[in-house]
Design a protein around this ligand. Structure first.
Ligand code: DGY
Length: 329
């Protein structure tokens, strides 16, 4: 009989990232195509000590409550909106995440999306490929200037700050909202903290960098789009659920805003027949904010360390609910 602690792994990881880190466990790997804890993983759930999962693996209360041996859920992401945190807190289960290492790659992707949408890179490239580049056209493929534009950052956390820093270098005026006051960051970025209404009204580029919570779900909705400039560009590299998808579709179709660049969608993945894909003023990438070789490996390394520490009953390197260490159970 195998007496190694059981770890449920929802997706295979490259051997080069994992090294020998999973050698001490009985690893149960999900069947291909399954998300969350399903199929074979359910059979081992009542004996599992740890879960190593991805940001699109739902881990609801019903799963957590049926895992009496579970000590840790280690998410390969900074966002943990896929996990029922209230259930983990109630049952004393540590939840690990991976902040910091993906800040720069996600900020880079945000700016890449803004430049691609703002300068019509995809349409221009497609037209060139299709032989529609017959001469230098003084009015062809016109885009927007970054210099002098107002960039609004919704959520000046690590990634929001990194985006603000990059856009300040393009000589954008930076305004931002944040739950708490950020006077020092405002000073160092030459930025101004404003209300949500001012952010919506004044931003030429609105970049979303808030986590998905009950408070932020659907925050960018019909009412928000009504306040935005008809020339505004929306960039979302945070979580799809922060934007109401039906309202976004309407805003893009009706010219309430100019364009959108989305690295995240709701639902995710967005089905291939979704009307957003039909719009020329909407660029969609498949949640690749952190998708660089270095970042993804760094994320995996942190998640593996969080898993090991959690199974040993020690504080995780990056824990979203450190209060569980005082849990009576
Ligand atoms: C995260 O880690 O939450 C990011 O969305 C991954 O790109």
């Amino acid at each position: 009989m195998n007496d190694k602690p059981i770890v449920l792994l929802t997706h295979p990881l490259p051997a080069e990232w994992v090294g020998s880190d999973l050698d001490g466990y009985q690893v149960i790997l999900a069947e291909k195509g399954q998300k969350g804890i399903q199929g074979k993983l359910i059979e081992y759930l009542d004996r599992a000590a740890g879960i190593l999962c991805l940001l699109d693996d739902p881990i609801p209360a019903g799963i957590i409550e049926n895992a009496p041996q579970l000590k840790v859920i280690s998410n390969l992401a900074v966002g943990v909106d896929n996990i029922d945190l209230a259930a983990c807190n109630r049952l004393g289960i540590a939840v690990g995440h991976t902040p910091g290492v993906l800040t720069d790659s996600t900020a880079d992707l945000t700016v890449a999306l803004l430049l691609a949408v703002g300068r019509q890179l995809v349409a221009a490239s497609e037209d060139a490929r299709q032989g529609k580049w017959s001469s230098w056209d003084p009015t062809g493929w016109l885009g927007v200037d970054l210099k002098g534009a107002t960039a609004g950052i919704l959520g000046l956390g690590k990634i929001g700050s990194a985006v603000a820093k990059r856009l300040a270098a393009f000589e954008c005026q930076i305004i931002f909202t944040n739950r708490s006051p950020k006077p020092e960051q405002a000073r160092s970025l030459g930025a101004k903290q404003v209300s949500l209404e001012t952010l919506l009204r004044e931003s030429d580029f609105l970049c979303l960098h808030t986590s998905l919570t009950a408070e932020t779900k659907g925050m960018i909705d019909r009412e928000a789009f009504k306040l935005m400039k008809p020339t505004a560009i929306l960039i979302n590299a945070a979580r799809g659920g922060v934007v109401n998808t039906a309202d976004l579709l309407h805003a893009l179709q009706s010219g309430q805003i100019r364009a959108a660049g989305l690295d995240v969608t709701d639902p995710e993945p967005l089905p291939p027949d979704h009307p957003l894909y039909q719009l020329k003023n909407c660029l969609i990438t498949p949640h690749i904010g952190s998708a660089t070789h270095g970042t993804r490996k760094a994320i995996a390394r942190i998640a593996l360390r969080n898993l090991a520490l959690g199974i040993q009953g020690e504080p995780l390197e990056h824990c979203v609910n450190p209060q569980v260490y005082n849990h009576p159970g």
